[in-house]
Write a protein that binds this ligand. Sequence first.
Ligand code: FES
Length: 129
Amino acid sequence: MGRIVGFFCRWCGYTAADLAGVARRPLPVELVVVRVPCTGRVDPELVLEALQQGAAGVLVVGCRRGDCHYVSGNLEAEKRFKLLRLLLCQLGMEGRFQLQLISPSEVERLVEAAWQMVFQLRQGMPGRG
Ligand code: FES
């Protein structure tokens, strides 16, 4: 299985990944984390580019609704990724993308989401996007 590219917001996703390390809750080795300032800065074209370049999946993790440090970046991302999901669904690739909105303390949620994505991709099963 190829890599999973994780675009993690520095305030929530990246902090949760950091805390997962502190708590000794391993994230999959397939996951390569890219720290971004906000999910609002992750263009869907970037996701498509990562998949086109050989990534097995893309996991975008940002702040919960109401917690974005740039007010509405995560809401904008949700809107844009809704369209991306439709496109990936049409292409039979819906399991290869996931957006999670979490708080920095939701380490278990992040760890579970990452492992679930790995298991789904290993099995070649489409999952929730
Ligand atoms: S600052 Fe985290 S999603 Fe916007």
